[in-house]
Write a protein that binds this ligand. Structure first.
Ligand code: HEM
Length: 399
C-alpha cells in the first residue's frame, strides 16, 4: 500500500474507497518504501483482531521512542502519553488498567445514565435558545459539550472549566495523527500538556485533602505514582470525549442524510443504530503498533522496530465479515465492529459512550423533529486517527 495514498487529499476525503481496494489485496499488505517507519498495513477483520491481541505487537511505547525519537523526553506531551496506560503493555499496563477500570464498571456506568439524561436535556434547552437566532453549530454547542460534561461529572472536573479544556485537548490529539507530530503541533501539544498537568496536579491535591465520590479522588487514594496519575487522568479525560464527540457528529450526519432510517429510530432500536454508526464511520479509523522483534502478519514481514497500521476502519468494511459492508444498515444480520479496539487495550469507555449516543439521538429528534443540516458538511479531507467534523451547522426546527 502506498501510505501517501492514504494521507493524500483523496484518501482523507473518502477512506472507504481505499479500504475497498485494499480488501482486494488480501488481509495485510506491505507499506511501500517503509514510509514513516511503517512496514505493514493490516486491514482484514480477523487479522486486525489477531494483531491487537498478539503480545508480539506493542503500543508505540518508551522503548519505541528511544529508538526513533531519542529526544522525546524533552517533550511534555510525549512524556504524558507514555506515562499513561495507552502506551504501555504487559504487567505495568494491566495494573493501571485494573485500577482505572474500577471507575467504569457496568454499575458505575448505569448509575451515570441519570446524569447523561439530565445533561442532554440541559444542552437541548440551550440549543433551543440558540436556535431562535438561526442555525446552530452542533459540534461546539452539543457534540463536544455532552461527552465532556459527562467526563467532568465522572472525574470530578468543575463544569465551568470545560471551555478551557477544548483547545488543549485538540492540541494533544493533533500529534497523534499519522503525520501530525510536526514542530508546530509539538510546540502546541507541549504547552497543552504542561497546562493540563498543572491543572490535574492541583485537582489531585484538592481531592487528597477533601475526597469526593469521583474518579480523581478514587485514583488519588491509590499507590499510582504522581506522574502516572496525572498522565492517566489527562489521557482518559481526553479519550472520553474527543471520540464520543465524533460519534455524535458523524452519527447525526448519517441520520440526517437518511430520512427513512431516521424516521424509524426509536428508544428501542437506538442501540443497533449507535453500533452501526460506530462500524460505518468509526471516530478512530487507525491504531498503531510496532514489533520489537522481527515478526510477520499473514506472510507480510514486519522487521524489528517497524510499525504496523492497524486499520480498524477498513476492518469494519471487510466484505469477508460483513454483508454489503458499504451499506449503513442498523438492522444488519451481522452487527459488530472493531471501533473500540480489541484485546488488552479494549476501550474502557465503550459502555459509557454507547450510553451517551443512545440517550442523545432519540432526545435530539424528540425535541427537534425537523432537525436538518443547515449546510452540507461536504467532502472535506479529515484526519484519520480521530475522524469527525470540525463544525456541523444545523437548523433546530421544533415540531
Ligand atoms: C465513541 C467513543 C469512543 C471510541 C470510538 C473509543 C475508541 C477507543 C479505542 C479504539 C481504543 C483502543 C486503543 C488502542 O488499542 O490502541 C480505546 C481505548 C481506551 N478508551 Fe476509548 N473510545 C471511546 C470512548 C471512550 C470513553 C467515553 C472513555 C472514558 C470514559 C474512553 C477511555 C478509553 C481508555 C482509558 C482506553 C485505553 C485502554 C487501555 O489502554 O487499556 N474511551 N478507545
Amino acid at each position: 500500500m502506498d501510505l501517501n495514498a492514504l494521507l493524500s487529499e483523496e484518501g482523507r476525503v473518502d477512506p472507504p474507497a481505499l479500504y475497498a481496494r485494499l480488501h482486494h489485496e488480501g488481509v495485510a499488505v506491505p507499506v511501500d518504501g517503509g514510509a514513516q517507519g511503517f512496514a505493514v498495513a493490516v486491514h482484514g477483520f480477523d487479522a486486525v483482531a489477531q494483531v491487537l491481541k498478539d503480545p508480539r505487537f506493542r503500543q508505540l511505547d518508551a522503548a519505541y521512542l528511544d529508538l526513533h525519537t531519542p529526544q522525546w523526553r524533552r517533550h511534555p506531551a510525549l512524556r504524558v502519553l507514555r506515562d499513561s496506560m495507552f502506551f504501555t503493555d504487559g504487567p505495568a499496563h494491566d495494573g493501571v488498567r485494573q485500577i482505572i477500570g474500577r471507575a467504569f464498571t457496568a454499575r458505575r456506568v448505569s448509575a451515570l445514565e441519570h446524569a447523561v439524561t439530565g445533561l442532554t436535556e440541559r444542552l437541548l434547552d440551550r440549543l433551543a435558545q440558540l436556535a431562535a437566532d438561526g442555525p446552530v453549530e452542533f459540534m461546539g454547542e452539543f457534540a463536544y459539550l455532552l461527552p465532556s460534561s459527562v467526563m467532568a461529572e465522572l472525574l470530578g472536573v468543575p463544569q465551568e472549566d470545560l471551555a478551557w479544556f477544548r483547545p488543549r485537548v485538540l492540541a494533544i490529539g493533533a500529534i497523534l495523527e499519522l503525520d501530525g507530530a510536526n514542530w508546530r503541533n509539538m510546540v502546541r501539544a507541549d504547552t497543552a500538556a504542561r497546562e493540563l498537568s498543572a491543572y490535574f496536579t492541583d485537582l489531585v491535591g484538592k481531592r487528597r485533602s477533601e475526597p469526593r465520590d469521583d474518579l480523581v479522588s478514587l485514583l488519588a487514594a491509590t499507590d499510582l505514582s504522581d506522574d502516572a496519575l496525572v498522565a492517566n487522568l489527562i489521557t482518559t479525560f481526553n479519550a472520553g470525549f474527543v471520540t464520543t464527540t465524533h460519534l455524535l457528529g458523524n452519527g447525526l450526519t448519517m441520520l440526517l442524510e437518511r430520512p427513512q432510517l431516521r424516521a424509524e429510530l426509536n428508544a428501542h432500536n437506538v442501540g443497533s443504530y449507535v453500533d452501526e454508526m460506530l462500524r460505518f464511520e468509526p471516530p478512530v479509523q487507525i491504531l498503531v503498533r510496532y514489533a520489537p522483534e522481527d515478526a510477520e502478519i499473514e506472510g507480510v514481514p514486519c522487521p524489528a522496530g517497524q510499525a504496523v497500521l492497524v486499520m480498524i476502519g477498513a476492518a469494519n468494511r471487510d466484505p469477508a465479515r460483513f454483508t454489503d459492508p458499504d451499506a449503513f444498515d442498523p438492522a444488519r444480520p451481522d452487527p459488530g465492529s472493531l471501533s473500540f479496539g480489541f484485546g488488552p487495550h479494549y476501550c474502557l469507555g465503550a459502555a459509557l459512550s454507547r450510553l451517551e449516543g443512545q440517550v442523545a439521538f432519540p432526545a435530539l429528534f424528540e425535541r427537534f423533529p425537523k432537525l436538518a443540516l443547515a449546510q452540507q458538511p461536504g467532502n472535506v479531507a479529515k484526519p484519520l486517527i480521530l475522524r469527525g467534523h470540525d463544525t456541523l451547522t444545523v437548523a433546530c426546527h421544533g415540531g
